[in-house]
Design a protein around this ligand. Structure first.
Ligand code: 2P0
Length: 340
């Protein structure tokens, strides 16, 4: 038997990303189409590595796919999301084989950094290749989006813009690279302000916001202007310009969610204290700007040379548990391919 008829095992990795113009709301929940565009920074050394193999012997004892997370059988909700995503890949590749999926996350537990963005970006690349498909980057991004909206952005490195798209099939709802990771030496300093998982997941919170927040229409109106300003600032490498947009955009997203019924409040006391630290640093002359995702942690954008000043200021802010200093990183890539 030729070695080429053996199943292909593909390992891919992807870094997580932090949005500077947020995605908050869907125009189509089934295809996971965002209501607006978004803009993000992909990070180095913090992400997922996933190995995928489609083969008859990959079937789990209870039937279906064999899925592990960090070396142990994956929790049911995680496994179910992965299985649904694999079904999409099987449908597109016209194969009916079960899969073996092994995922390892380097996102620290309870760091409040989205692991689904890196996870589905790595899975989209590994699974599509293992199924014999060679997708172009925009196609891969649109596939990753169906796993998690933010994953569409982690296909690319550095600064990335995600388009809302107009087509009903979602083929134009994909991301594209704006500026490579190596082009602009910035840092994101993360202030961790709580342990444990968030009170309400993003998908559910977005849906509740869209249904009940009277400010949702205002949010949808404001995002396109933020995108124009943020894109221009990235291309001009204008830190103050980008930071100002990122900060106002994040606060608007949270204001919109806080106005939902029941209210969605992700912040705690330390979140506000860290925001004040950022404002104090700025008044004292350091260009620092925050963004906050669907959780209580504060992510602070600054020049790489200022991270040594920003990090201790955040670490000594009351209620901040620890900090991480993160650099821009590459897009999703295949790290290994073998026939077995
Ligand atoms: C973002 N977030 O742009 C925004 C800001 C959270 C706050 O994208 O439902 O996990 O899987 O498409 O991608 C988190 O949402 O949501 C997110 P789904 P996802 O980064």
């Amino acid at each position: 038997m030729s070695i080429y008829s053996l199943p292909l095992s593909v390992t891919a990795r992807a870094g997580t990303n932090i949005a500077l113009v947020k995605y908050w709301g869907k125009r189509d929940p089934t295809l996971n189409l965002p209501a607006t565009g978004s803009l993000s920074l992909t990070l180095a050394n913090l992400g997922s590595e996933t190995r995928v193999r489609f083969a008859p012997d990959a079937e789990a004892a209870e039937g279906g796919d064999r899925i592990t997370l960090d070396g142990a059988p994956a929790p049911p909700r995680f496994a179910e999301r992965v299985r649904r995503f694999l079904d999409l890949v099987r449908q597109e590749a016209r194969i009916g084989l079960p899969a073996e999926v092994a995922t390892r996350n380097s996102v620290p537990t309870a760091a409040g950094l989205a692991s689904s963005a890196a996870g589905f970006a790595a899975l989209a690349l590994a699974a599509s290749r293992a199924a014999g498909m060679k997708l172009l980057p925009p196609e891969l991004s649109a596939l990753a989006r169906q796993g998690s909206g933010s994953a569409a952005r982690s296909i690319f490195g550095g600064f990335v813009e995600m388009a809302a798209g107009e087509r009903s099939d979602g083929s134009d709802a994909c991301a594209q690279a704006l500026l490579p990771a190596s082009a602009w030496n910035v840092r994101l300093v993360v202030a961790i302000t709580a342990e444990g998982s968030k009170a309400i997941g993003s998908s559910e919170a977005m849906e509740l916001t869209a249904k009940t927040s009277p400010y949702y229409s205002g949010w949808l109106q404001a995002v396109p202007q933020d995108l124009v300003a943020a894109r221009a600032a990235v291309l001009a490498q204008d830190l103050a310009g980008l930071g100002r947009v990122a900060e106002r955009n994040a606060v608007r997203m949270h204001a919109c969610a806080m106005a939902a019924d029941p209210p969605i409040v992700y912040w705690n006391g330390a979140t506000l204290a860290a925001m004040e630290t950022v404002w104090r640093l700025r008044t004292a002359g350091t260009e620092t700007f925050f963004t906050i995702d669907a959780g209580p942690h504060v992510k602070v954008l600054c020049a790489a040379s200022d991270a040594t000043l920003v990090e201790p200021a955040l670490a000594s802010t009351p209620g901040v548990l620890r900090t991480l200093v993160l650099a821009p990183g590459p897009g999703a890539e295949v790290v290994r391919e073998e026939r077995r």
